[in-house]
Design a protein around this ligand. Structure first.
Ligand code: CP
Length: 334
C-alpha cells in the first residue's frame, strides 16, 4: 500500500504528488491542485503568448518538432480533443487520435497494454480522458520516465486544462482574481470543471467563490474548501463578476431522484438576462460546453456581448499549447 495521502474526492493517492519532476517542473498535468501561484501564472502567461487575433494566422512553434502526441479519449469530446490536436500540430508534433471504438480495447486489451503498445511507437505525450477516477494517475505511474501524461478530463474529479482556460478567460476579462466574485451554477457534485476551476481560483486567491446547485447536485463541502455552497441563485448573483453555468452530467448520475424537472430547473437555476441584472457591472458569462440552451443558460445570453463562451474555446488551444510546451521543456532539462 502506498503511504501517500488520499484525496477526499477519490480515496486515491494524491495526483498532485506525481506531476512535478525532481526539479519541480511540470512532468505530467493531472490536477491543478498543488500547482503554485507562480506555476499557474507562468502557464497562463505562456498561453497568452500563443494567442493571435482570430482573423490573423495562428502562432506556430517548433517546440514539439519530432515529438508525437497521442489523444486517448475513452469518453466523448469535441473541444478538448480538437484543441489538443490543434495545439500539438501548431507546436510541430505528430498527432495520433486513437479511435477507441475501433481499438483493441474493444477486444479486452487492458488500458496499460494499450499504453505500452503505443509507447513502443515512440509516443512522447499521452492525453487521456476517461470516466474512471484515478485512471490518468494510474497511467502516469506506469509510463517511461521521458513520457508525459496530460489529463483531458477525469470522471467528476479533474479537468485541469479546462480549469486553466477558464482562469485565462477570467483574467483576460477582469485582469485580477483577488476581489472577484465568481459564481458557478449547476451540477456541481458531478463536475470536474467546477473542481478544477475551484482549485485554480483558490491558488490565485479569488475574492469569493459561490457554488449554486439544486440540493440533489450539492457537492461535499470538503471537495470545495473556502467556497460558499447554496441553492439560491438569485441571492448568489448579487455582485457577481463571473457567472459560469454547467451542464447536468447525466452520464454520471445514478438516480434522478430529487432532480427538478427541466422547466423547474431553468426557472431556479437557469442563467438568464433577467438574473444577470443582479450581477456586477461588466459581469461576464461562461460555460465550458457542451451547452443545453434553455436549460442551464438562456440562448441569447450565451450568444450575447456578456458571453465569453467562444473565447473560452479559443483559449483552450493556447492553454493546451502552453501545457505541451511546458512538459516538453521540462523533459529537455532533465
Ligand atoms: N469542455 C469540454 O471538456 O468539452 P468537450 O467535452 O467537448 O471536450
Amino acid at each position: 500500500m502506498s503511504a501517500s495521502p488520499k484525496t477526499a474526492a477519490t480515496g486515491l493517492p494524491d495526483a498532485s504528488e506525481l506531476q512535478l519532476d525532481a526539479n519541480g517542473r511540470l512532468r505530467h498535468l493531472l490536477t491543478l491542485k498543488g500547482l503554485s501561484r507562480v506555476g499557474l501564472t507562468e502557464l497562463l502567461d505562456l498561453a497568452e503568448s500563443y494567442l493571435s487575433p482570430l482573423h490573423q494566422p495562428v502562432i506556430r512553434s517548433s517546440a514539439l518538432r519530432g515529438r508525437t502526441v497521442a489523444n486517448l479519449f475513452f469518453e466523448p469530446s469535441t473541444r478538448t480533443r480538437a484543441s489538443f490536436e490543434l495545439a500539438a500540430k501548431r507546436l510541430g508534433a505528430d498527432v495520433l487520435n486513437l479511435d477507441v471504438n475501433m481499438s483493441s480495447r474493444k477486444k479486452g486489451e487492458s488500458v496499460l497494454d494499450t499504453i505500452y503498445s503505443l509507447q513502443a511507437m515512440q509516443i512522447d505525450v499521452f492525453v487521456v480522458r476517461d470516466a474512471g477516477a484515478g485512471v490518468t494517475s494510474f497511467i502516469a505511474r506506469h509510463v517511461h520516465d521521458h513520457v508525459s501524461v496530460l489529463n483531458g478530463g477525469e470522471a467528476h474529479i479533474s479537468h485541469p486544462t479546462q480549469g486553466l482556460l477558464d482562469l485565462l478567460t477570467m483574467r483576460q476579462a477582469k485582469g485580477r482574481f483577488e476581489d472577484l466574485k465568481v459564481v458557478i451554477v449547476g451540477d456541481i457534485a458531478h463536475s470536474r470543471v467546477a473542481r478544477s476551476a475551484a482549485e485554480g481560483l483558490n491558488t490565485l486567491a479569488v475574492g469569493e467563490l459561490c457554488l449554486v446547485s439544486p440540493d440533489a447536485f450539492a457537492p461535499s463541502p470538503a471537495d470545495f474548501p473556502g467556497a460558499t455552497l447554496t441553492n439560491d441563485l438569485d441571492a448568489a448573483m448579487r455582485g457577481a463578476d463571473v457567472v459560469m453555468a454547467l451542464r447536468i452530467q447525466r452520464e454520471r448520475i445514478g438516480s434522478y431522484e430529487g432532480i427538478p424537472s427541466i422547466d423547474e430547473y431553468y426557472a431556479r437555476f437557469g442563467v438568464t438576462h433577467e438574473r444577470m441584472k443582479r450581477a456586477a457591472k461588466g459581469a461576464i458569462v461562461m460555460h465550458p460546453g457542451p451547452m443545453n440552451r434553455g436549460i442551464e443558460i438562456e440562448s441569447s445570453l450565451a450568444d450575447g456581448p456578456q458571453s465569453r463562451i467562444t473565447r473560452q474555446v479559443t483559449n483552450g488551444v493556447a492553454v493546451r499549447m502552453a501545457v505541451l510546451a511546458s512538459v516538453m521543456a521540462a523533459r529537455e532539462q532533465r
